[in-house]
Design a protein around this ligand. Structure first.
Ligand SMILES: Cc1ncc(COP(=O)(O)O)c(C=O)c1O
Length: 378
């Protein structure tokens, strides 16, 4: 049986987005962040398309994802010239397998540096590492005060190929934010101080999507890599500039389950949050919060049927949602419903839903349900 709810991934749009980011930041390289199964959309299709478009650096959050991605790149013949990098953390028991697989690892402290080096020496190879410096994210990495000393000591270890150094910003969605400006200055000073001690790095990086849009200096020397995630999908943080003209990659579609005309005074759904003032044609669509429709859409958002915006009326339930189809001629069970994406001249984006829910597009995209079929459109 075909699934009723599907998310369509527009590979053409994805590749165009990658190209726009690459052109915007060149000569810096784009490291494509495909963690969490490419934000839930399917790492296989994303990796194949992006590798085909020229991406040679990929980032993930943890070892399972790294190995999954390694399998995809091997299948499409890109293992030799593409690197896979864990951006967050690696645990002691995970290190030997990661080193053996040639995954680029983050060094988040002295102990990690030694453990990675020891594992590499044991198998007679060098482990490629990037120093992860905490300049203010407060989550993971070498604390700033110790950074130079840790980097110096680690660079002397026999098993490490210390090819990179990076940091991450918690507030780069705000172009006026002095904290990010301070982070950039302090990180640059650290890189310069390391260079003065003969410790130079092939890759220096700081910018994720927010900084790409709001802090263009993060794509210029000494920086030569940016890490792009949400912009690949065509979304942005709700605040800040949109320097890139990226386009939405995903469309979430379902079908009408039933159409009925309900009389005035009828209430719709759990909690009876909507009461019809007059007899109204209501379609019940086959998607709910189990598919990723936020509860916040209730009485505040629209879906598209035959190019017409149809207001969501009543609470979103697990599998079904009721919409007002008064303005849609000839709507019937089985018709296509575009929850996210284009229909006629209309469009609904993950960013629109994020605004309704008071969240960001990451939350919307990563929340698409497991029963939603991922369909890749070439
Ligand atoms: C270290 C790191 N770099 C880059 C990214 C990509 O961020 P974005 O999706 O905002 O581009 C993330 C995602 O959270 C991250 O944790």
């Amino acid at each position: 049986m075909k699934r009723r709810v599907r998310v369509e991934i527009d590979v053409g749009a994805l590749v165009r987005n990658y190209g726009k980011i690459a052109a915007h930041v060149q000569p810096a390289q784009v490291l494509c962040v495909l963690k969490a199964n490419a934000y839930g959309l399917g790492v296989g299709a994303y990796a194949r398309a992006l590798a085909g478009a020229g991406c040679r650096m990929f980032g993930v959050a943890e070892p399972f994802e790294a190995m999954e991605l390694a399998g995809v790149l091997a299948e499409c013949g890109r293992s030799a010239d593409a690197s896979i990098q864990i951006l967050s953390s690696v645990l002691p028991d995970e290190i030997p397998d990661m080193v053996a697989a040639g995954i680029v690892l983050p060094v988040a402290g002295r102990e990690e540096a030694r453990a990675i080096s020891d594992a590499a020496v044991r198998i007679g190879r060098k482990a490629r590492v990037h120093f992860k410096i905490d300049t203010g994210m407060g989550r993971l990495g070498i604390v700033e005060d110790e950074a130079l000393a840790v980097v110096r000591e680690a660079c002397a270890l026999p098993g490490l190929d210390c090819e990179g150094i990076f940091t991450h910003c918690p507030m780069a969605y705000d172009p006026r934010d002095p904290f990010t400006a301070g982070q950039i200055a302090r990180f640059k000073a650290l890189v310069a101080a390391a260079a003065a001690q003969g410790l130079a790095f092939k890759y220096v990086h700081m910018a994720a999507s927010d900084a790409i849009n709001n802090f263009p200096e993060c794509a210029r020397a000494p920086f030569n890599v940016v890490r792009a995630g949400i912009n690949l999908h065509g979304s942005f943080d709700p605040n800040g500039r949109r320097a890139l003209a990226v386009e939405p990659v995903l469309a979430l579609k379902t079908r009408v389950a039933q159409v009925r005309t309900l009389k005035a005074g009828s209430t719709l759904g759990y909690g009876r949050t909507w009461c019809l003032r007059e007899a109204t044609k209501i379609a019940t669509i086959s998607a709910g919060y189990a598919d990723g429709l936020p509860l916040a859409l209730a009485n505040r958002a629209q879906v598209l049927i035959k190019g017409v915006r149809c207001p969501v009326v009543g609470r979103v339930s697990m599998d079904y949602t009721t919409v007002d189809v008064s303005r849609v001629p000839d709507v019937a069970a089985g018709d296509e419903v575009v929850c996210l994406g284009r229909s006629g001249g209309e469009i609904v984006t993950p960013d629109d839903w994020a605004a309704v829910k008071g969240t960001h597009a990451y939350d919307i995209i990563c929340s698409l349900g497991s029963r939603v079929e991922r369909v890749v459109k070439y």
